[in-house]
Design a protein around this ligand. Sequence first.
Ligand code: ADP
Length: 291
Amino acid sequence: MPLCRWVAVAGVSGAALRPPGEKRLLVTERISKTFDRTRAVDNVSLAIPAGEFVGVIGRSGAGKSTLLRLINRLSDPNAGQVFWDGIEVTSLHGRKLRDWRRRCAMVFQQFNLVGRLDVLNNVLMGRLAYVPVWRSLPKLWSREDKLMAMAALDQFGLADFAAQRAETLSGGQQQRVAICRALVQEPDIVLADEPVASLDPENSRVVMEALRHINRHFGVTVICNLHSVELARDYCDRLVGMAAGRVVFDAAPSALTNTAARQLYGVDASRVTIADERRVAGTAARVATAS
Ligand code: ADP
């Protein structure tokens, strides 16, 4: 369901709100990023259709976070380009760059909420790109913005916590508040950087369900860095495996064989648990070597 309809259900005219795009393609064209002598991202080309739920997997230091930051333009590549819907994102500046970042919401491992601020106002921070500074500083949010934020919280069973300080919530609840904040940005894409790395297994699944909800229900593309192969298999439509900055696997989760997973994780292979070997047989995977 597009966001505007969802807000209309909450009792507000959604005429001014844009639904997320349906046919918009995100393309990274041979992008690279080097820090000193480290090639964090090395010649990565990907095409991600709107509405896909992509898991980026690989061991620590493989380049997953840097890839997300290049897409969002929190960091600029040394070479290559990022396109979205035919627009070159890597050359945007000023207002157009701010608009891109609004369309491309981030969810972080450590939630990045303002702990002493109440939950509702944390979610409303996602509306900052839509309001003039004079209205956001004294928290003069419009009724529409407040209703949208409340509707977002309600989606994830958090409406009762709206007036509570964010720091009083559990980790899983705080991450879902962060997902609400991302959602009210009305993004086309959500980039989630290890969103469950600080959570216990049960809360990890609750947060992954929340990401799946915004993907399936609102059509938002989700690109999610994950350490857990099990979660990646269970929630993603497609897995992109990275090693030493390169894409070494790009296929459906069913194609990630035990061997491919171990290659991907290298010395971290002990962390890879394969629950059901039968699921991995028979599907073609493109596994390249990161030479
Ligand atoms: P991952 O998210 O897969 O753990 P990162 O993208 O964080 O990997 O890091 C990839 C490589 O780039 C690592 O070797 C890391 O140390 C290096 N790196 C990342 N960010 C910086 C930075 N700001 N300065 C220097 N090196 C960095």
